[in-house]
Design a protein around this ligand. Sequence first.
Ligand code: SF4
Ligand code: SF4
Length: 123
Amino acid sequence: MTEDGKPDETVRNDNPTARGFKCRCCGACCRIKNGIVRVSSAEIARIAAYLGASEDDFIERETEIAPDRKSLVLKSRPDGACVYLKADNLCRINPVKPGKCRTFPFEWTNPDSKNVCPAISLL
Ligand code: SF4
Ligand code: SF4
């Protein structure tokens, strides 16, 4: 999360330690204001197949160009939540969600992760 409104990109953590981590399924990491979730070509293919859509339709409907124009990212809703976040705080594409989502907040993290994720403080 950034206070100056710049896109917030999580980065690979140099010291991942997921042992004992239990996600509380609160969905907070899917609502990070200005957060972005890049999707690789392989991830696009997997998500589109899971949704029963063509890759072109998926790209057109559910992705946009990253602020740095280097990749595609998942779209966000006007309130900043990811388009795949459900009302019950679970992910609509959970079995095929991008690697960044699967490995937050350890392999992927940012300086604000401790404030975003309530489960980190329980370790
Ligand atoms: S794809 Fe799923 S896990 Fe990733 S940000 Fe969106 S709702 Fe959250
Ligand atoms: S913020 Fe942490 S506890 Fe909440 S859904 Fe994300 S990983 Fe799980």
